[in-house]
Each structure stands twice: as structure tokens, then as C-alpha cells.
Design a protein around this ligand. Structure first.
Ligand SMILES: [Zn+2]
Length: 294
């Protein structure tokens, strides 16, 4: 059973823009580590070890003080960059909040890139974007992430060459190792647009970052989603909940309850209490998705 879960978590690929290759898979890493039998405790310790291995595999920034081989100071230890793109403030948090919290725990730099600022309102004279931006900022503080906005307008997403290029420039500036974005088969046009723009950036950047799709408000928004990977978010669920509830203007009682049904369902599928499901793009590098620490 543990082997099945292990396989679902995927492996490491070539995330390095300098074309450094580390490992072909976690299984490969474990096999090279004296072929010890895999227990849950053993697997969790391997996750911690793997995080160190990832850091070791990245090129070091040159410093004045010479370091001994294998010795990495806090100042030179590179951080993996995670970008989560979402159509609206709240989408990354609802779809990936647990995974984001776990990535932050691992010391990864996390950016939530929102396509718009939630400008849409049924009252013509009222612009809710200042409230939505404040809520997104609070949610990011809870998840130890940084908010960023792509500058499009809620409900009026545009996908054309100019916007592909603009989104590409934003992603180039971030240089992510892994990107989580919305699944493109979705009933909300902003979500579809965001997914395509992210996909375009991934292509223009040489398909060099790991690309995973996430789900939100299944049935109402995301449809036909069958995960290839799962992240156990049980230990991080309270932080995800807090981040989603930071979007107080967006009826969190209703929408968090719906999303929790999804994470419980994904938990049943993967053998955990609650899990987030992802679809990995098979042409993108694999990435060691975080394992829960407890
Ligand atoms: Zn949305």
C-alpha cells in the first residue's frame, strides 16, 4: 500500500535551468540509498533527506568565503520557487492551500499569482477589488506566500498574443521550479483563460518547470478532473481553512464546505484523511510534492 502511495507522489526531474540532472525518481533515490525497506517513518525521513538533496543539487551562489564540499551555509542555500496561478483571489488557496502551507514549511518560496483582483460586482458603482486584494494579502500571510497580480479584469479575461506575452514576462520574472495552475476544463471563463496563459508561459519557457493542475468547486467550476498525484494535507488543513476564510467576502462557509468535500474524497482515494489532488503534465519535469510532516 505504501508503495502505491509512494509512486503517486512522483519523483524529481531536471528542475535546474543550468541543465544539472539530479535524480530520475524518488524510487531511484531510495534504491541508491542501500535499498532499505520502505516504511511510513522511513519514507517521511526520506522526504526530509530528499529536501536536502534537492538543495545540494542546485548550483551555489559564489561567495567570498570558500566553502568545503557539501557544506552549505544558510546564506547560499538556494530556495525552490513555487508559483500557484489562479483566476481570482482565493482560487489558489481553495485548490492548493494545504500543499502551499507544506511547501512553505519546507522553506520553499511561494508566490500566488492571481489573474485579476476580483473587480466584478453586480453593483455598478461598487468596486470590490480593494477588499479582495486585502483578503488575498491576509491569506498569503497565513500561508507564508507572496501575492502577485497579473492585471486582468474579473469576468473579462483576455487570451490573445499580447496577453500571452504579458503573462510570459511575469512568469519569466519569477523563474519557478514548479507551477500549479487551474485545470482548463472549467465552467468559469476566467479559470480557462488563466490555465491557457499559464500553459503558454510554460511552452515559451521551454517546458522547463514542473506543471501541475488543480481543482476548485468541482461540478460548478472544475469538471472531468482525475488526479494523477495526491498530497496529504491533513496536518495543514487548519491553515488552508484559515487562508480560505480570509476571503470573507466570498461566502467561505458555503465554498469551503464544498472544497472540504473534495479534499475528503481525494483523501479516501489516496488513503489519507484529507488530500489535494493534482494532474501532472507528462511533458513537464517531475517534482517532489511535499509529504506531510505528521
Ligand atoms: Zn475563481
Amino acid at each position: 500500500m505504501i508503495g502505491v502511495n509512494f509512486r503517486r507522489y512522483g519523483g524529481l526531474g531536471d528542475l535546474n535551468q543550468e541543465k544539472t540532472k539530479w535524480f530520475t525518481s524518488r524510487r531511484h533515490c531510495i534504491q541508491n540509498n542501500h535499498m532499505k525497506p520502505i516504511t511510513r517513518r522511513n519514507m517521511l525521513s526520506k522526504a526530509s533527506w530528499l529536501g536536502t538533496a534537492v538543495a545540494v543539487g542546485l548550483p551555489l551562489v559564489s561567495t567570498a568565503a570558500e566553502e568545503l564540499p557539501g557544506q552549505i551555509s544558510a546564506a547560499t542555500k538556494p530556495r525552490l520557487k513555487v508559483v500557484v496561478t489562479g483566476g481570482h483571489p482565493g482560487d489558489p488557496e481553495y485548490g492548493c492551500g494545504g500543499t502551499i502551507a507544506l511547501c512553505s514549511d519546507l522553506g520553499y518560496e511561494v508566490v500566488l499569482l492571481y489573474l485579476n483582483k476580483g473587480e466584478w460586482s453586480d453593483k455598478p458603482s461598487y468596486d470590490p477589488s480593494p477588499v479582495r486584494v486585502a483578503e488575498a494579502t491576509k491569506a498569503c500571510e497565513i500561508l507564508k506566500a507572496r501575492p502577485a497580480f497579473a492585471g486582468q479584469i474579473d469576468g473579462k479575461a483576455i487570451v490573445d498574443n499580447a496577453h500571452y506575452e504579458q503573462f510570459h514576462r511575469l512568469m519569466e520574472a519569477e523563474q519557478p521550479n514548479v507551477v500549479f495552475t487551474q485545470w482548463p476544463i472549467d465552467n468559469h471563463p476566467d479559470h480557462r483563460a488563466l490555465s491557457l496563459l499559464t500553459y503558454g508561459a510554460w511552452q515559451r519557457m521551454g517546458k522547463k518547470f514542473a506543471l501541475y493542475y488543480y481543482e476548485v468547486s468541482n461540478g460548478e467550476d472544475t469538471v472531468q478532473f482525475a488526479p494523477t498525484h495526491y498530497v496529504d494535507i491533513t496536518s495543514a488543513e487548519s491553515r488552508k481553512r484559515s487562508a480560505c476564510y480570509a476571503h470573507a467576502s466570498q461566502a467561505p462557509d458555503k465554498f469551503y464546505a464544498l472544497q472540504e468535500l473534495v479534499t475528503r474524497m481525494r483523501g479516501i482515494e489516496s488513503g489519507h484523511k484529507q488530500a489535494e489532488g493534482y494532474i501532472h503534465h507528462v511533458q513537464s519535469p517531475a517534482f517532489a510534492l511535499p509529504l506531510a510532516s505528521g
